[in-house]
Design a protein around this ligand. Sequence first.
Ligand SMILES: Nc1ncnc2c1ncn2[C@@H]1O[C@H](COP(=O)(O)OP(=O)(O)OP(=O)(O)O)[C@@H](O)[C@H]1O
Length: 621
Amino acid sequence: MTPRHARPPRPTADASFRGRIAGARTVFRQVPGTLRLVWDTDRRSAIAVAALTLVSALLPAAMAWVGKLIVDGVVASARSGLAADRVRVLWLVAAEAGLMGLQLALARLLGMLRELMRAGVGNVINERILEKAVELELRHFEDAEVYDKMQNARREASARPLSLAMQAFAIGQNAVTLAALSGLLLRLSPASVLVIVAASIPAFVAEARLSAESFRVNTWRAPEGRKLNYLEWILTRDSHVKEVKLFGLGPLVLGRYRALFRKFFEEDRRIAIRRMRAGVAFGLVSLAAFYGMYALMAGRAAQGAITLGDLTLYIAVFRQGQGAVQAILSAMGGMYEDALFMSNLFAFLGIPTGGEAARVRPALSPPRGRPGALELRDVSFRYPGKQEWALRHVTLTLAPGEKLGLVGENGAGKSTLVKLLLRLYEPTEGAILYGGVDLRDMDPADLRSRIGAVFQDFVRYQFTAAENIGLGNPLHVDDRPRIEEAARRGGAEPVIDALPQRYDTVLGGWFERGHEISAGQWQKLAIARAFMREAEVLILDEPTASIDAEAEHELFHRFQALAAHRSAIVISHRFSTVRIADRIGVLHGGHLEELGTHQELIARDGRYAHLFHLQAQGYLD
Ligand SMILES: Nc1ncnc2c1ncn2[C@@H]1O[C@H](COP(=O)(O)OP(=O)(O)OP(=O)(O)O)[C@@H](O)[C@H]1O
């Protein structure tokens, strides 16, 4: 079950100017880390992009200057009527065409490099996220907040870092362009440089605010986004289709999907409209600034104070300058948004792990080969963030080689006990010892390598039958004789024999040529998987839920023989199964209520005896 957490308060922006500056500073602190990430991923492309960007940055000024020379040349040539002047003009036009061609080629080249980098960088980030996911512990996956962080990071991870780097390049490029243009403009009118910059600032502020809002909305939305994915999943998964059809769930789920989507869409629409309004308003401000200055310069040209070429230069430079300023400001806005998302990614990558590491160094390790005694000393456990105890004061010792049956109603705490034994969680109170060593002092990998387990919700790997078994021991995933032996021990041989390509048959319906098998057959493979390792302790959490009575009988007798030297814990709702265990524990509401042999518990005439007779009666009737 996924624990429900109280929803965090909806984040509100600190609206004060100081708060905003501080917020922006925190956000932009993500920039160096991100750039380093991109740099580390693909240095050669990064250098190439930087060099090409620099060349592109100088082109607008060069073209504006050539444009001015052309106009002045035309005027001069018209006045002089000399052929040499005409030829000079033609050369200038050819030069401008050359510059345009260069610009075009550079833009394409940059586009291609960006595409290649996008794939490379995206992949590296995704790998980091997956590596982190491998590092995370079960408690993280069962924590909705951490889960949301992961989804948030995954959603945006591949695109954002490169986007941020490209925004940084765009800022650099436009800054160089602007500097070159300003150099030209200063000659004519220093005031216009100031006008260009001043007219663009309000647009920038608006853009940054809207970016922050769009980020807040997206982050806030993560839990709902997950719900949306889940609804989509219900309607598109093969495993759900039977119930969806039978109960006619399509319209209901689709309705919920639509309602959620509409809510998202409304928020997006609101932001898009505000963006559009701000864009129009501030665009008009820039336009007014441009035409004001244009009128001024046209007047000066009309008076003959500047040449026609100067006026042309002025128009080109002013337009391009304004474009460059706006590009810088919008790149800064975009960078702000990217950096916000990167803070999400870094937050995910920064989730502290290693909580499972052994408390002592070097970690303790009981002797291998023979099972050790498994001891629960007054163990109590509460799931993180929960008030109720899932296990309370459980004390129990499992002698080496002993087989323990565990029974109890749904929610009694049986699976929780298994999670503690595997050290997927630690006891809130008390301690668990294996071979005399507290589990917290052992390396979890060492502990887990000694345990073979079949979980209630075992996995159906959409791989070959051989891999489905071999994955029980990654070191031997290709070791066919060992896999065959595990299949024999786990009673999976008949399943394999019935498959068209035996061990090489791809199982499940997800991929082409996949061969679907029954729930019981899947379960037999899962049991065989547990036999892939020389486990000291076997844990079977309801291993027989899907297999038929005859197979169950056979499994348990084989199991008794195979597990002769191993300890075992078998959880089952079938009393006919657990009765063959050496001792049986009855869990009730997290308490170990009864413990003893089948005979002892029957003689005691308590809960076990009651439930046993109830089930036996059911069979007899
Ligand atoms: N991940 C979790 N987070 C919070 N509470 C949980 C979690 N998993 C189980 N619980 C709670 O802990 C208690 C024990 O659950 P557990 O899964 O151990 O029961 P069980 O005996 O294995 O039941 P079943 O026979 O249905 O498999 C239940 O009250 C359950 O609601």
